[in-house]
Ligand binder design. Structure first.
Ligand SMILES: Nc1nc2c(c(=O)[nH]1)N[C@H]1C(S)=C(S)[C@@H](COP(=O)(O)OP(=O)(O)OC[C@H]3O[C@@H](n4cnc5c(=O)[nH]c(N)nc54)[C@H](O)[C@@H]3O)O[C@H]1N2
Ligand SMILES: Nc1nc2c(c(=O)[nH]1)N[C@H]1C(S)=C(S)[C@@H](COP(=O)(O)OP(=O)(O)OC[C@H]3O[C@@H](n4cnc5c(=O)[nH]c(N)nc54)[C@H](O)[C@@H]3O)O[C@H]1N2
Ligand SMILES: [Mo]
Length: 568
């Protein structure tokens, strides 16, 4: 159910992938994974940056392992020593939020050593001189100072990536969930273009999307600036096309993103929110602020399959799925309900149609196949997709016509925007960096055994029994400085709130860096995180803020820290 059910309209789009949509569209003209999952195993080098692939995309991680068996080189950049980091030929452990500097450093080395693809740069790209000038100051020594990664590792990473015949970049939330997320994405696009790793098999810039259907949600226009297929609301011709099809005048202004809506609710400018299939009371940054915002609403509807932390602030209804999901490699796949919904549970699409009807706009569809016909008629990249073509392997967009076989990899011979655009991007530190008061860098994410806010996975007895509670990963040196031992409960605080959670003393993070999974509502990482937004994509900075970790005060009246001398 967990993998079939989640609907997640704008949320994952906004909280994970808006930087990708904005960044890759600016560089290439199309904001999606450039190549296909099945091509990864054929790469000669794979650069994994900000993706804990074995825990979060285990099936795709098998492709990486397959490539390694064939002798491919693996380069990993992550603030934590993940499983792939342990398998890597080169592992760069850098500080959260220092990815631009790291990749600029790699490009500096590639240019210095003449390892770039001159032909590709000349014929397929523009703005190369600006890039060259920008990265010229990012010497390995300077980059080492900014990132904390050793200079020789940065050189090795650059050389291994550049000299491979076909090199693939895989990234995920470690790249996108920053106030500089879009710039991180643009920088990874620079790196791939500089080395000619686009427009052919086994290469590319490959953002691993989070939810089963987040690609589909973005494709269907569940973003505040576009209709389906990334057709913008501000373009009058496109608007006229949709107005004709839907028989209504449509607004030409860009709406609010999820994160902006919460702020607007807090300011009293937004009166009602309809939340479908997401649990922002655990998953949004700065939860104390989110709660205050939702409580100010006059009307809140939550459409979920469970009574979640968010739904407790409103009413619930239930749903069942049927239609299509579009996965991370742009593959549109047919979906049939795996189980019959309980009691009076109904499909999300039927609920939406009924609500539209009661609000005065009749939406009469007999089936999801009929909805797909409308999508195809209005959306060029889905133009040739109908349900009857989908059984089996589905189709990868762009698929513009009924006889088109779909597109396994993008940008062959020409980028969607014409020439690939290099951008000169300078290193931007996280909005909040460690200081005397909050000396540790907190980064957050996930683990294999739980899914997001746990509303589904924590209801599974087996998973819950195996991983019943949250934790904070702390390096042994940092733990020793703080007098903290493995398994002890500690207090973690930031400028926004505090929580109590178990310490896991482990060499996974670097000294000075701590990590928390965000799955556990009772020790919610998002009480601590910073709601600072990327100005370009509006993604919040989930991956970097400053915290302090302290021993808990003793529960009795002795005033000592817990475990110090008190016998109680
Ligand atoms: N088991 C499980 N699988 C899931 C999910 C789940 O909840 N549970 N969620 C799904 C969803 S929606 C998503 S979006 C994906 C997310 O998949 P991932 O992006 O792989 O997941 P995260 O754990 O958020 O972060 C990935 C890595 O980024 C690293 N990182 C942190 N800060 C930085 C940084 O500043 N720079 C770099 N380079 N790396 C950094 C972290 O140490 C971590 O190893 O997973 C999907 N798969
Ligand atoms: N600190 C920190 N916070 C993060 C992240 C991070 O890395 N660090 N990652 C962010 C990311 S990438 C994501 S994607 C978000 C995820 O955040 P959310 O999307 O809020 O988390 P989920 O727990 O997946 O919530 C999905 C909800 O949908 C319900 N549901 C399941 N199936 C259906 C259905 O068929 N219909 C309906 N109506 N409801 C259904 C589930 O019961 C669940 O309550 O979290 C973000 N928050
Ligand atoms: Mo996500």
């Amino acid at each position: 159910r967990a993998c079939l059910g989640t609907n997640n309209v704008d949320h994952c789009a906004r909280l994970c992938h808006a930087s990708t949509v904005a960044g890759l569209a600016a560089a290439f003209g199309s904001g999606a994974m450039t190549n296909s999952i099945g091509e990864i195993s054929g790469a000669d080098a794979i650069f994994v940056i900000g993706s804990n692939t074995t825990e979060n995309h285990p099936v795709i991680a098998l492709q990486v392992k397959e490539a390694l068996k064939r002798g491919a080189k693996l380069i990993v950049a992550d603030p934590r020593r993940t499983e792939l980091a342990q398998l890597a030929d080169v592992f760069v452990q850098h500080m959260p939020g220092s990815d631009i500097a790291l990749m600029n450093g790699m490009m500096n080395v590639i240019l210095e050593k003449g390892l770039y693809d001159k032909e590709f740069v000349l014929t397929r790209t523009e703005n190369f001189e600006a890039l060259k000038k920008c990265v010229s100051t990012y010497t390995p020594e300077r980059v080492s100072e900014i990132t904390g990664g050793p200079a020789e590792k940065i050189v090795e990473a650059a050389v291994e990536y550049a000299k491979a015949g076909a090199a693939s970049i895989i990234y995920s939330m470690g790249i996108t969930q920053h106030a500089c997320g879009t710039d991180n994405v643009l920088t990874s696009a620079n790196l791939a273009m500089l080395t000619g790793n686009l427009g052919k098999p086994h290469v590319g810039v490959n953002p691993l999307r989070g939810q089963n259907n987040v690609q589909g949600a973005c494709d269907m226009g569940a973003l505040p600036n576009g209709y389906s297929g990334y057709q913008t609301v501000t373009n009058p011709d496109i608007r006229a096309k949709f107005e004709k099809a839907w028989g209504r005048t449509l607004p030409g202004n860009i709406g609010l993103t999820v994160t902006e809506s919460i702020n607007a609710a807090y300011d009293g400018k937004l009166k009602a929110i309809y939340i479908m299939g997401e649990n922002p009371m655990v998953s949004d940054p700065d939860l104390n602020h989110v709660k205050a915002a939702l409580e100010k609403l006059e009307f809140l509807v939550v459409q979920d399959i469970f009574l979640t932390e968010t739904a407790k602030l409103a009413a619930t209804s239930f749903a069942e799925e049927d239609g299509t999901f579009t996965n991370t490699e742009r593959r549109v796949q047919l979906l049939k309900p795996a189980v019959k919904g309980p009691g009076e549970a109904r499909s999300d699409w039927k609920i939406i149609c009924d609500i539209a009807g009661r609000m005065g706009y009749e939406m009469k569809y007999d089936s999801t196949a009929e909805i797909m016909e409308e999508v195809a008629s209005l959306t060029p990249i889905y133009g040739g997709i109908t349900h009857d073509r989908l059984p089996g392997d589905g189709l990868q967009w762009p698929c513009p016509s009924k006889d088109h076989p779909g597109t396994p990899y993008l940008h062959k011979g020409k980028f969607s925007r014409g020439l690939g655009l290099f951008s000169a991007i300078e290193h931007i530190p996280p909005v909040e960096v460690p200081d005397e008061e909050y000396p540790l860098a907190l980064t957050t994410g996930r683990m294999l055994y739980h899914f997001h806010t746990g509303s589904m996975s924590r209801r599974s007895k087996g998973l819950h029994a195996h991983k019943p509670e949250g934790y904070i990963e702390i390096h042994p040196d940092t733990a020793e400085e703080l007098g903290i031992v493995d398994g002890e409960k500690v207090k973690v605080s930031s400028r926004r709130g505090q929580i109590e959670v178990k310490a896991m003393v482990t060499p996974r993070p670097a000294p000075g860096v701590v990590f928390m999974p965000f799955h556990f509502a009772e020790a919610a990482a998002n009480v601590l995180t910073n709601a600072a937004l990327d100005p370009k994509s509006k993604i919040p900075e989930f991956k970097a803020c400053a915290v302090k970790v302290e021993k808990l005060a003793c529960k009795c009246s002795c005033q000592e820290v817990a475990g110090a001398s008190c016998e109680d």
